[in-house]
Design a binder for this molecule. Structure first.
Ligand code: NAD
Length: 315
């Protein structure tokens, strides 16, 4: 077996800029919508009392990917990251493994990148200010990607004031209260989803919500009533209806399939996006393996071009 290149956390982040991740993730949604990229449903493996593992496969652009990734909400209290994992990239023609990549950095980049992809498609054109609710790892990358996409101002909110200050300082934004963050044109919620941070009374005409934190069963960042009163969009219906922000409203019988549009259809121009300037739009991101494939493919191309160095292993 040939030697396999391995890109660690820092190599992935050196290989793929937020701008490149945004372009690649947008193109992945389009390719998947056209049926060119395949993505079976992600498989959850609970680790009761601790968190869960997810196995996430996708195929496209001559490559196949499996991400084995976690969400362990109690980890920060142990000084460990909530999300860890590994990505295996294979040749779609021969099945041979081509590269191993750190899953945490790939996940952070692709999760952050979807925030401006959805905002550019669904928020009002003149939307400028960003509210970030939850400034941990993925809130930070969502904010970095929003800034990279040209959103110039933002309010960062987190009960951990230091986390909010750090992110605000990095981007030249400001830290603020929850209600200040919720008054922004585009609000990105990236909390652990243990309690709602958005209620129906917080919704204002023209608001766009990116709900990124609820990516598994039992998590929600908005009340069911808030979700049900928005124009609804998701990354992928199967995932969003079973383990996303939409799940509670669907279970309560308040939202049906016909009311929810997938982002890829909007990007392709096959479905309408924002119904009007006063609508409140909500995008439910559960995180797709096609996003991981998009970022991993850019990282591999950067390595092939000699832009970053890889370690190697012989299997
Ligand atoms: N949609 C996706 O593709 C995707 C991808 C990765 C992770 N996630 C999910 O995103 C969530 C956040 O993940 P992370 O790795 O950034 O976790 P993290 O622990 O690094 O950060 C979470 C942050 O939220 C803050 N927070 C907690 N309660 C809050 C509240 N009520 N209001 C505001 N902030 C609050 C915490 O203080 C912390 O800073 C998790 O649920 C994770 O599973 C989603």
């Amino acid at each position: 077996m040939a030697q396999i290149p391995v890109l660690d956390h820092d190599a992935v982040l050196a290989a793929v800029s937020p701008e490149q991740a945004i372009v690649a993730v947008r193109e992945a949604f389009l390719a998947h919508h056209r049926g060119e990229w395949a993505m079976p449903a992600k498989v959850y493996l609970e680790s009761p009392g601790f968190g869960d593992f997810r196995a996430m496969p996708a195929r496209g652009a001559g490559l196949a990917l499996l991400k084995w990734v976690t969400s362990f909400p109690g980890n920060p209290a142990r000084g460990l990251p909530t999300v860890t994992g590994i990505v295996c990239l294979s040749d779609a023609e021969t099945g041979e493994p081509l590269m191993l990549l750190d899953g945490r950095s790939v996940t952070a980049l692709r999760t952050g990148a979807v925030a401006p992809v959805a905002a550019r498609a669904l928020a009002r054109e003149e939307a400028a200010g960003v509210g970030v609710v939850g400034c941990g790892l993925h809130g930070t990358w969502a904010a970095r990607c929003m800034a990279a996409a040209g959103y110039e101002t933002g309010v960062c909110h987190d009960p951990n004031a230091e986390a909010a200050q750090r992110l605000a300082g990095e981007l030249g934004w400001r830290a603020g209260t929850l209600s200040e963050a919720l008054r922004a044109d585009v609000v990105c919620c990236v909390t652990p989803g243990e309690q709602p941070v958005v209620e129906a009374g917080d919704l204002r005409p023209g608001l766009h919500l990116n709900m990124l934190g609820a990516d598994g069963p039992g998590k929600a960042e908005a009340t069911v009533a808030a979700v049900a009163s928005c124009a609804l969009f998701c990354d992928e219906w199967e995932q969003a209806s079973h383990g996303g922000e939409l799940t509670g409203a669907i279970r309560a019988g308040l939202v049906e399939r016909e009311r929810v549009t997938e982002l890829g259809a909007v990007l392709a121009g096959d479905a309408p996006g924002r119904p009007g300037p006063d609508a409140v739009t909500l995008f439910d991101s559960t995180g797709l393996a096609i996003q991981d494939l998009a970022v991993a493919a850019v990282a591999r191309a950067a390595w092939q071009a000699g832009a970053v160095e890889a370690q190697t292993v012989r299997l």
